[in-house]
Every structure is written in C-alpha cells, then in structure tokens.
Design a protein around this ligand. Structure first.
Ligand code: NAD
Ligand code: ZN
Length: 355
C-alpha cells in the first residue's frame, strides 16, 4: 500500500512576504469578534518583528519559551491560557519562530478542538477532530517542521510526535529575510538537520523517486549554502528545509535521528545539535555524508560538544539505547528489514559511549 499523504495547501515564498500575513489572515476573520492567536518565540519579545505582527483588536499575543523542547504539559498550559483569554475559539493560530515554536502552534491548534491532554495523542493518527486553522512563519530553516505532519513533543513517558493529517499547517509564509540575525551556531545546527534529513532519506531503503527528487535538490541547496559563499543563502536554506521535509515525508530518516532521540530524551540535547553530535560518529553508515558534513563544520568553525555521556550511569545509558532502538522504522529505513542483525544494543551503546 502506498501512503496517500497530505501536504500544506497554501504557501507564500519570498523576501518580505511576511508583510502579506495580514491580508492572508483577513478572510479567516469571518465575524467582527473573530480573533487570532499569535504564538511568538519569546526571543522576539521587544524586537522589531513583534511590532510587525498584523494584530487587530481582540487578537491574543502568546509568547512561548523554547529553551527546552516542547513538552505536553506546556501545551496543555498554553491551551488553558487561550481558553481563559476568551471562551470562544480563535479563528486561527499563527506560529512565528523555529521548529519548536511551529510545533507548539500545531499542537495548540489541535488541542483547542480535541479533549484531554496533548499526551493522549502522542502517536499516529489518534487525533479525532480537525485543528483550528493554523499557519506558520519560520524564523529558522532546516527542521522541515513547516511541512511535516507531526509536532514533536516530550510527554511524561515518551518523546513522540502527534502525527496526523490534521497536524499539517493550512498556510506557511516562507520569508528568507526572517533568518537574518540567527546566531551562527544555531543557524548551522538547524541547517544540518536538513542536510542529515537528505542524507538519511537518499541512503535509505524506503527511497522512491518522489523522495529522491526532493532530497537531491535539497542536498544541492545545502551544499551551496554551507560550502559556498552565496548572497542568497537564506533563500536557498529555506527551500532546502522545505524540500528536505518533502523528501522524508515519503521516506524516513535513519540511524542518526534514532540516536539523537536517545540523546534528547536522556540528556535534553536539542534536536539540531543532537543530530550533529550523532552524525559525526556514523562514518561507517554514511561515509560520504559524514565526510562532507565535517568539511561544512570546518568551513564554519563549528566545534561540537564532546564527552556528553561520560558521567552517565548504566541505567541512563540503557534507557538511551532503548529509546533509540525503539524507533523501528528509522532503523528499517537505514538497514532494511533485517536491521536487527546489524543494529545490536551493544553497537548502539558503544556509539553512545564514544559521544
Ligand atoms: P528552535 O525552534 O528550538 O529554536 C532554537 C533557538 O533559536 C531558540 O533559542 C529560539 O528562541 C532561537 N531562534 C529562533 N529563531 C530565531 C531567529 N530568527 N533569530 C535568533 N534566534 C532565533 O530550533 P529549531 O532547530 O528550528 O527546531 C528544533 C525543534 O524542532 C525541536 O523541538 C525539534 O523536536 C523540532 N522538530 C520538529 C520537526 C517536525 O517535523 N515537527 C522536525 C524536526 C525538528
Ligand atoms: Zn530532524
């Protein structure tokens, strides 16, 4: 059976297109008391972008903090905040920020129309009711969260997304100007998330011509961004992120993402940097990709943290390996149906010990 997957129906791309957001939202304001919720990464509090939000009377500004990756409890708290602001549902939820903020906007829009806690819906296709209209404005490029059907959340017992067709944004606004001012390390780590999506998709057993077409283009753009000096690199990275997301939508990520989930669950390591840390130890799995990745690191003078697991006890190491090994489709994509013959717990633990 082939997957019949949904994609984001409305996309605007271009420098300065953020200025069109007000016009884009206007048709959604169908009654005089309709209001929008602007979920804004709090890094922009007091910065010019906050002043440019097309807020109208009655709209709610909901600043969010993403120092930690989003947790289900935080989503529940934000949903309660919206409900306390107004008993009527908003006409739209707009997420402005990186992958974490976009994921928060997705989750809040879903939970406004579905009862219970966000933790109840971590998994595949558990959501019953469509979300409130939701749109995204990425201010970082690489995760592909703008195009994916998941919102990655850490719950009380697992780190797992709410995966559903309802999770997808109704609208994305891709304005490369918004990437200006991202600190270099963050720009690199989030951008490498995209590069690694491409490598894992293109080297996976789930690959088909659809994924290859998007993955190859995304990889080419990543090379221009990270190995050349291009004035339009932000435009290119934004499209690389989108294409990388489209590539894995019809294939899967692989070993690096599985290992990074373990790092994140036990040590709270963020997604982009976690992928970089794991990737650097996967030369035997992705020889060409890792070699090129190191050239990119060198060009941008990036130094990865080391010895992260040195102080972990056996129980923590065991949890980390179990989290990674639990991500069956990722391993299967990487090594094929009989992946368990290659991927032993001892091998995973050995890799983690070296990190
Ligand atoms: P992020 O959203 O976690 O943000 C990283 C840091 O950059 C934060 O401190 C943020 O405040 C800051 N920031 C954001 N935009 C900025 C800007 N323009 N200028 C200066 N600082 C800025 O980073 P990310 O790498 O984009 O996203 C990682 C998150 O995305 C993780 O929570 C991960 O689980 C999630 N993710 C989701 C998907 C998906 O498909 N839904 C895919 C991959 C990752
Ligand atoms: Zn990723």
């Amino acid at each position: 059976m082939y997957r019949n997957f949904k994609i984001v129906p409305q996309i605007v791309f271009g420098r300065g297109c953020f200025n069109q957001l007000g016009d884009i939202l206007k048709p959604r304001r169908t009654t005089p008391d309709a209001y929008m919720v602007f979920v804004l990464d709090d890094v922009f509090k007091g910065r010019p972008l906050e002043g440019r939000l097309p807020m109208e009377k009655g709209d709610m500004l909901l600043p969010v903090n993403v120092d930690d990756e989003p947790k289900t409890g935080y989503i529940d708290q934000l949903v309660a905040q919206v409900q306390a602001y107004c008993p009527r549902k908003p006409a739209g939820v707009i997420g402005i920020g990186g992958g974490a903020t976009m994921d928060i906007a997705k989750a809040v829009s879903l939970m406004l129309n579905n009862p219970g806690s966000a933790a109840d819906y971590q998994g595949w296709d558990l959501i019953k009711n469509p979300a409130v209209y939701h749109a995204a404005v990425p201010t970082l490029a690489g995760t592909g969260a703008e195009i994916s059907r998941t919102t990655v959340l850490t719950g009380p017992v697992k780190k797992l997304g709410i995966n559903s067709d309802f999770t997808l944004f109704d609208q994305i606004v891709l304005d490369p100007e918004l990437l200006a001012g991202v600190p270099k390390d963050q720009w690199f780590y989030t951008g490498m998330d995209c590069y690694i999506h491409d490598v894992e998709s293109l080297n996976g057993t789930y690959l088909n011509e659809f994924s290859r077409a998007y993955g190859e283009k995304s990889l080419e753009l990543c090379r221009q961004v990270f190995l050349e000096d291009r004035a339009d690199k932000d435009d290119k990275l934004m499209m690389a992120s989108y294409f990388g997301g489209m590539s894995i939508a019809y294939s899967q990520v692989g070993a690096c993402h599985a290992l990074s989930y373990g790092l994140s669950f036990v040590l709270g390591v963020h997604h982009g940097i976690g992928c970089c840390i794991a990737f650097d130890y996967l030369e035997e799995v992705y020889p060409e990709g890792v070699k090129e990745f190191r050239r990119m690191m060198e060009k941008h003078d990036i130094r990865l943290p080391r010895n992260l697991t040195a102080k972990l006890d056996e129980a923590a190491m065991d949890t980390m390996a179990n989290v990674a090994l639990g991500l069956v489709p990722l391993w299967e994509n990487c090594f094929g149906k009989d992946w368990q013959r290659v991927v032993t717990k001892e091998w995973v633990l050995e890799l983690y010990r070296r990190m």
